[in-house]
Design a protein around this ligand. Structure first.
Ligand code: NAD
Length: 446
């Protein structure tokens, strides 16, 4: 009877990050109850005060409505009630790069799986791995849980359901997914499959967008999708360098190739490199796990290297604009030859304004943002740097510059304060507000 419809389902999310929070809030529109669980007590306390720790368009109203109607519950400890009550338990904790070797750190995933195994009560529960995890992880989680669960009355399945939402439009993506992938449910009519079909019924209008696969396929699909996006970005940036040298406009070139539907127009904009909490760490983890199977992914290894070079080159390029060795006429020329050695660039005491710190617009996430890298490079070269980003909080910027305490970094409240007396101003994130700047006001203050 529990599985009559989505409004009969109780679900829990372990992890109230970008994925867990957005998914919880969106599912609470339809489910009987959604528990959003996180061990970060501060995060949960602020969510209960309706203070959202992340910036994500459309999230706030939905969160308020569902929290006030008590369909959405936030917990930071004693998760046993949530586990007991839930038909589906989602694991949506972080899988960051492991220090030193680039592997995905699965310790958070495994610790949640162990906790769940200890607390499962008799009956059937579906465990869903939503975190991005290397091929083979669902299998490991199932083995680990089987070893812990002693009672035969406790029944469970582990399925893979990778998340494809994009920061900046995450709510929209969750409500209208391009596709939902579920791996490891077994045959048509299995309890796991039925439960997932019911859960996603409000979001999946066209049956073809709900794909049932094996565990391994689902895990691989997520990595393959991110790898392809990173590839497109690196491809564009490589062309951007060449285009500048031959006086061709990269945007014109990419727009034209994107009109070919086999290529598509997305992810063909040049920029300071890819960043964020997913692409860099996922490509590293993918390449590392392929190596374990003695499978070399040379194309993706070169994407990783190329992206590092891109970030460095952009930083050096911006620096040379102020050191006198690069004239205004040279501005469009990427660094080659003698300019590639940053020690030859002298920007000591020069003022730089950096507009935009996030890895893309409409998010406040600074993880692995190329703009952060650029600012760190400029500070290392002795420059004075003022930064402004429309959504990033000051404490978050400070956290990303812990190794630069005492350096002349000025965190500003608006574009015009940041640009005052600047020798060079660089826009590194495509925030809409930077398209509509008061250029004559800017001209007068720099
Ligand atoms: P995040 O770092 O924003 O959030 C993870 C949360 O998990 C944190 O709040 C942390 O406190 C919490 N947590 C850690 N251990 C816990 C535990 N034992 N119990 C409960 N909570 C715990 O991460 P995110 O960006 O939401 O990403 C989560 C996963 O989803 C990652 O694997 C990521 O690769 C993947 N993913 C992220 C995105 C994205 O755009 N951010 C998109 C698709 C997939």
């Amino acid at each position: 009877a529990k599985e009559d419809g989505v409004s009969d389902l109780c679900v829990s999310f372990f992890g109230a990050g970008y994925v867990g929070l957005v998914s919880s809030v969106c599912l609470a529109d339809y489910c009987k109850k959604v528990y959003c669980l996180d061990t970060d007590k501060e995060k949960i306390a602020s969510l209960r005060e309706l203070q959202i720790p992340i910036y994500e368009p459309l999230l706030e109203d939905k969160l308020r409505k569902n929290y006030e109607s008590k369909r959405l519950v936030f917990l930071s400890e004693t998760f046993d009630l949530a586990i007991r009550d839930s038909d589906i338990l989602f694991i949506a904790v972080g899988t960051p790069s492991r220090r030193g070797d680039g592997h995905a750190d699965l310790s958070y995933v495994f610790s949640v799986a162990e906790l769940i195994a200890e607390m499962l009560t008799p009956g059937y529960t579906l465990i869903v791995i939503k975190s991005t995890v290397p091929v083979g992880t669902c299998n490991k989680v199932q083995e680990l849980m089987k070893a812990k669960v002693k009672s035969s009355k406790v029944q469970f399945d582990v399925v893979s359901n990778p998340e494809f939402l994009r920061q900046g439009s995450a709510v929209e993506n969750f409500l209208h997914p391009d596709r939902v992938v579920v791996g490891g449910c077994g045959s048509v009519g299995s309890p796991a499959r039925k439960r997932m079909e019911i859960l996603y019924s409000p979001f999946v209008k066209d049956k073809g967008t709900l794909l049932f696969t094996s565990w391994e396929e689902a895990e691989m699909i997520k990595y393959a999708a991110n790898a392809f996006l990173a590839l497109k970005i690196q491809f564009t940036n490589e062309f951007a360098d060449f285009c500048q040298l031959v006086n061709a406009n990269i945007s014109v070139v990419m727009k034209a190739i994107g009109l070919d539907e086999r290529i598509g127009s997305h992810y063909l904009q040049p920029g300071p490199g890819f960043g964020g909490s997913c692409l860099p760490k996922d490509i590293r983890a993918l390449v590392r796990s392929a190596q374990e199977y003695s499978c070399s992914m040379r194309l993706l290894e070169s994407v990783i290297d190329g992206n590092e070079v891109r970030k460095r080159r952009i930083a050096q390029w911006i620096a040379t604009l102020a050191d006198g060795s690069c004239t205004k006429e040279d501005v469009g020329i990427p660094l080659h030859g003698h300019h590639t050695n940053s020690t030859t660039i002298n920007v000591y005491g020069k003022r730089f304004a950096i507009l935009g710190l996030t890895f893309k617009a409409n998010t406040d996430d600074l993880r692995e943002s190329p703009a952060i890298y650029v600012v760190q490079e400029l500070l290392s070269l002795g420059a004075l740097v003022s930064v402004y980003d429309p959504q990033v909080k000051e404490e978050s910027v400070i956290r990303h510059f812990e190794n630069f305490r005492g350096f002349p970094l000025n965190i500003c409240e608006d574009t015009y304060t940041a640009c005052k007396d600047a020798d060079v101003t660089a826009i590194l994130t495509e925030w809409e507000e930077f398209r509509n700047l008061d250029w004559s006001r800017l001209y007068n203050i720099v």
